[in-house]
Design a binder for this molecule. Structure first.
Ligand SMILES: [Zn+2]
Length: 133
């Protein structure tokens, strides 16, 4: 299911309807996500999913963060974009203790990059072999 809904394909008012609807929760039933996933604060800085046309919801947990949208089979088996966890980042820093240049915005950047190119900047641990997670 590819919608080809992008910001560019929508008029300003159509787009704003989606933004407002996102915060009102009118599309909540479409999300494949457990309740831990919450709306982002700045939806307009996140691309619409190119497959389901929804803004993502995000889950920031102890050891990483991930997205959920309408893509997937169920709330437990769904598509996600991930960002590197802060502990993984700290471990590979120059002294193994520094989080100084950790990018708190990396999940958004990875999501937008994936929406635009189909490629992930940071793949989930299960998809990589370099030990980062
Ligand atoms: Zn989607």
């Amino acid at each position: 299911m590819k919608t080809d809904i992008t910001r560019k394909s929508l008029s300003k008012s159509q787009y704003m309807k989606i933004v407002v609807g996102y915060y009102k929760g009118q599309d909540d039933w479409k999300y494949k996500a457990i309740d831990a996933y919450v709306k982002v604060d700045n939806a307009q800085q996140w691309n619409l999913c190119p497959k389901c046309g929804l803004f993502p919801k995000v889950w920031n947990f102890n050891n990483g963060s991930s997205t959920a949208c309408g893509c997937g089979e169920s709330q437990y088996r769904h598509f996600s974009i991930h960002a590197e966890s802060i502990m993984s980042f700290v471990r590979r820093s120059h002294n193994g203790k520094s989080a100084v240049v950790f990018d708190n915005d990396s999940l958004r950047k990875n999501w937008n990059h994936w929406c635009e190119t189909g490629w992930e900047i940071f793949a989930h641990a299960g998809k990589r072999t370099d030990g980062l997670w």
